[in-house]
Design a protein around this ligand. Structure first.
Ligand SMILES: [Zn+2]
Length: 353
């Protein structure tokens, strides 16, 4: 497939203190033609209550835009919003929230062809600027659907500083996962006619490097938030350029998908699940996991399966299920046999370290 000419890039990535209070000025700087166009703000009720001042300010800055509280992050909800946007001649969608809101708003914008401005309230994963939305569908747990990336991404550093630390750690986990994902992408390309897009590879690698080698260890600092925001957005762009999630998603993501689909009772965020998966993935790939383990310790990212109620048996079963959770995706799991003794070993190493 020739993907070289078929990608979009966002026009604006602003990471500023109190950016939500002057989002209109930011937009005016980059995409002035949007100002004055009919706009809708999509969020969730608890966020609208929690961030009342900022969200009301955004609404009034964009011509008293309607503030719409979405119900669920489902395909139906996204399409219902798209329908409303089309019927009411709305031209701009602003999504304010976490992954649920942003994925729904992104898909609604894709369907309605509205301009999409993404304003995250937390940095929990790289779906911020990715060309995919993860939405609930009838009968199936969740489905990843291709869509257009945002036109503008505005990150308010104060907002992220005040978000629960677990969400930032989750974003770190999703970024660090690129290490094993890129290995798997190369492996897959060597076994098939698939290409590793050099530029997408480089972007994902830089995204990983910028966080892995970051000198700033304070997760609440503006410097770190800026680095993590850029890393997550670069991950999204790598997927856009590659035309697939391969630069950011390998065997560690298959592990996270297996938890999501077969163990919905396990409460663990996407980014922490992939962080947990990246240690065994590293070992399967013949790479040493010491660097990742030390890195996670530095930031206080807990990858001990026991913390999340994952037993040794469940852990082994999750890796077994990971092999078939996304048919056709070649990773290191396609190359190795399922070795229970090795998995028990890894489990115990993760519990003890
Ligand atoms: Zn991810």
């Amino acid at each position: 497939m020739n993907q070289h000419t078929r990608f979009n890039l966002p026009i604006c990535l602003a990471v500023e203190e109190d950016a939500f209070f002057h989002s209109d000025e930011i937009i005016k700087r980059y995409i002035p033609e949007i100002i004055g166009q009919k706009t809708i703000v999509i969020s969730e009720q608890f966020l609208i209550d929690l961030y009342k001042e900022k969200i009301t300010d955004i609404s009034s800055d964009f011509g008293n835009a309607e503030i719409f509280a979405m119900n669920d992050a489902s395909f139906d909800e996204a399409v219902a919003i798209a329908k409303k946007v089309c019927i009411e001649d709305i031209k701009v969608i602003i999504g304010i929230g976490g992954g649920r809101v942003l994925d729904t708003a992104k898909y609604a914008a894709h369907v309605s062809k509205a301009v999409y401005i993404c304003m995250p309230t937390s940095l929990s994963n790289d779906s911020l600027a990715s060309p995919f939305s993860v939405l609930e569908t009838e009968g199936k747990a969740r489905k990843t659907i291709a869509c257009k990336i945002p036109t503008a991404i505005i990150v308010d550093t104060n907002m992220i500083t005040n978000a629960p630390i677990g969400q930032t750690l989750s974003g770190i986990g999703d970024t660090i996962a690129k290490h094993t994902a890129l290995f798997d992408w190369k492996l897959s390309a060597s076994k098939t006619s698939e290409n590793v897009e050099d530029f997408a590879y480089a972007l994902a690698r830089m995204s990983y490097d910028s966080v892995y080698h970051c000198d700033e260890k304070n997760l609440k600092s503006r410097v770190f938030i800026r680095i993590l925001s850029r890393a997550l957005v670069m991950g999204g762009l790598a997927m856009e350029i590659a035309g697939s999630s391969r630069p950011c998603s390998g065997s560690e993501h298959l592990f996270a998908h297996a938890i999501e689909e077969y163990y919905p009772q396990i409460k663990i965020s996407h980014g922490l699940a992939v962080a947990m998966g990246s240690i065994p993935a590293c070992i399967f790939q013949g790479q040493t996991p010491e660097g990742l383990i030390n890195f996670f310790h530095t930031y206080g990212l807990d990858f001990n399966p026991k913390t999340y109620g994952i037993t040794e048996d469940m852990f082994a079963d999750m890796w077994y299920k990971a092999r078939s959770v996304r048919k056709g995706r070649i990773t290191i799991l396609s190359e190795i046999s399922h070795d229970r003794a090795q998995l028990n070993n890894i489990y115990n190493r993760m519990v003890e370290s």
